[in-house]
Design a protein around this ligand. Structure first.
Ligand code: AMP
Ligand code: MG
Length: 409
């Protein structure tokens, strides 16, 4: 059987970054730049005032003081957004607003609070420093400068800067489109009352939410009954528009588990099926028509954990990210833990952590059955117990994935 580490490596080897394409800025938050992006124009594009005040020639008021004020004639007013005003004459000033273009000849701005204006004149009681309160063209970003390097995550600041250089569509790795297909005759919608033997379809919602939380785009398909033709039709349709397909349920060895059979009939290449882990043993990965198809077991906890440990890093890599994994830490067991018997599997436990001094104390969230979805709500970490570890004493070390925190490696 494939080991946990081998399976993860096989997933990552096949998850290749989606080719960059132009993405409207409004949709680009969290995406990764696919090219170096240069400024074609300077920012700001023209020299302008940083204050509401008076645009002056610094030389005209170099000698101004409280005892010898300088009086300048006010030549006009320049509001933000107005095209260039005529050049400033000697002995004159312009009333100017923040963001308005500096007129030719002016080289300093005296803030309105430091000037005394009346009757077409302005009186200054101090010198103006050359360049005071003036924002030079290109002082933020020079023309030709590298603004966003390839590989950079687009945060709100990057988005704003890209807008300022006129990059309305940014070349970025797109969000992965992820088809989500749940299967099972026993399932009904969340808004329905289950009949005898039926349960609500929790996984379509938890998986779609996980896809979205990873920054990818879920495409939820109508639920598929446990019939071979229905599974075939759903897979055919899903492969058409998605980058990745997640099937859920029907991947084990039950009499009505058709996913694997159908994938084989469709000619999919099996990358692996069955992983030495608990939960999630029946997990499989196939490649078909250039798409990755994950066969995810239906038990609700297993489904979420398989997404967390295998699908999420794959999606992040496809979207051009280089940090794919949550923080890994060593924790310390608060209570002893023991396996029921040697099972040769990596055990994934849902745990809660608590800082105590320098250590992270670890407690189980409670019973660990793979159907107990509420245990996922209580967990802030997964503990990974290697196949050959049969027991951990209280105080023993345990490897954790901190699933509440963003990727750090
Ligand atoms: P399967 O992997 O199809 O054998 O399903 C394993 C267990 O998970 C069964 O108890 C199913 O009823 C349950 N299950 C499968 N799919 C879902 C789902 N979408 N939502 C909630 N439970 C599910
Ligand atoms: Mg099923």
């Amino acid at each position: 059987m494939t080991t946990f580490q081998e399976a993860l490596q096989l997933v990552l080897d096949r998850a290749v970054p989606l080719p960059p394409r132009p993405v409207p800025l409004e949709e680009a938050l969290g995406l990764v730049a696919g090219e170096d992006i240069l400024a074609l124009e300077p920012v700001p594009p023209f020299t302008n005032s940083a204050m509401d005040g008076f645009a002056v020639r610094a030389g005209d008021c170099a000698a101004a003081s409280g005892t010898a004020p300088v009086r300048l004639t006010v030549q006009g007013e320049i509001a933000a957004g107005r095209p260039c005003a005529p050049a400033l004459g000697p002995g004159a000033a312009y009333r100017i607003m923040t963001g308005a273009a500096m007129p030719e000849g002016a080289d300093a701005v005296v803030p309105v609070e430091e000037a005394d204006a009346a009757g077409g004149w302005v009186t200054l009681c101090g010198p103006a420093r050359l360049g005071a309160h003036v924002r030079l063209a290109g002082e933020d970003i020079p023309a030709g400068g590298l603004v966003v390097p390839r590989g950079r995550i687009l945060r709100p600041a990057e988005i704003g800067v890209l807008a300022s250089i006129g990059c309305a569509r940014v070349p970025a790795h797109p969000r992965a489109r992820v088809a989500v297909i749940t299967t099972g005759n026993e399932l009904v919608d969340a808004g329905e009352h289950p009949g005898p033997g039926q349960i609500r379809d929790a996984n379509i919602h938890s998986l779609a939410a996980q896809v979205r939380a990873a920054g990818a785009l879920p495409v939820c398909f109508p639920r598929v009954p446990d019939r071979r033709e229905a599974v075939t039709a759903a897979l055919e349709q899903a492969l058409d528009g998605a980058d990745v397909v997640l099937t859920n349920g029907g991947i084990s060895v039950g009499d009505f588990d058709y996913i694997k059979q159908v994938l084989e009939e469709l000619g999919a290449e099996q990358v692996f099926w069955r992983v030495a882990q608990k939960p999630g043993g029946p997990l499989g990965l196939w490649q078909l028509r250039g798409r990755l198809v994950f066969g995810i077991p239906g038990n609700p906890v297993a489904a979420m954990l398989m997404f967390e440990e295998f699908v999420r890093p794959a999606l992040l890599r496809m979207m051009g990210l280089s940090r794919l994994h949550r923080p890994e830490r060593m924790g310390v067991m608060a209570v002893p833990w023991r396996k029921r018997g040697a099972d040769g599997r990596m055990n994934l436990l849902r745990v809660r952590t608590r800082a105590q001094g320098q250590e992270l104390l670890v407690e189980l969230t409670g019973p660990q059955g793979s159907g107990l979805l509420s245990s996922m709500m209580a967990a802030d970490a997964l503990a990974l117990i290697p196949p050959d570890t049969l027991a951990i004493p209280a105080g023993g070390g345990i490897l954790l994935h901190l699933i509440d925190q963003p990727e750090d490696h």
